[in-house]
Design a protein around this ligand. Sequence first.
Ligand code: NAP
Length: 276
Amino acid sequence: MQLAGDVCVVTGASSGIGRQTAADLAGKAARVCLVARRRELLDELLTELGGRDEGHSLFACDVSDRSQVRGLADHVGATYGRCDVLVNNAGYSDSGTFEGPTDIDRIERVMAVNFYGTVYCTGELLPLIEKSAPSSIVNVSSMAGRLGLAGSAPYSASKFAVCGFSEALHLDLFGRGVCVSLIEPGLIPTEGFQHAGLQNHPVMRHALGSVEDVSAAIIDAIHNRKTERVVPRWYHLLQLPRVVLPPLHWWAVSKLNEGRARRDGRKDESTGEDTT
Ligand code: NAP
């Protein structure tokens, strides 16, 4: 796909990965529809990208609300009459161990945004996406959608669900001209995923990626019709032990968990400032 003139809907465009991706798509002369809840941030970005004169638009909505997402599909249909690319990127992190009944609510909330938000946007826009084929749906999952780590059960569940949905949907839609791509970012400092302690860590800071890296991977996946991109690429290797040597995988994640518990212990004893 060439992107110039294409209509690209990007959810979660008010910050981080989505904002960068929207700007980079606009830089390739695509017409971008910006989606998120914070209208004022979308307004700012719209102006920065050249506004409606350049074919861009915005639609403020909560992707976990199906009726609002139906409104988004109406807006895209009325404004453009087509949708060449949908980037399902809106999402948030939910960390903390799963302890019992009240945590069921947390899982429902994070599934509503990260998983059902993806499902609603895909479903409501699919008639336009199919009509615009060859077209693309890009779902932003996470490494946490491939590997479950301690303290991330709700978030991991939502991102594993996105992976399963994407892989199966790709097989259903590819024959009809729609490529479904999965993007799995690792540790990317953004507003909602600050990874603050890691940025000064002597070793772990090298494991951080950037929003520019993820945006480039998204555009590569659209352009070259790739089904999966891990960012940074070497994170792919982290999935290997689980497949070829499961005991090594479980040993490594237990060690990680012990390290985390030690750091949490230190945090409790000191000022309460997060050291991770
Ligand atoms: P971010 O800077 O916090 O951006 C999250 C975006 O999602 C914001 O634009 C936010 O906009 C939007 N959003 C959240 N809830 C929404 C809702 N209910 N309806 C509509 N929009 C909503 O974080 P990010 O790092 O760029 O995250 C983007 C995606 O990458 C997420 O799906 C995340 O899970 C994934 N990811 C990130 C990392 C990382 O380390 N950064 C790693 C793996 C995966 P509003 O608040 O304005 O609605």
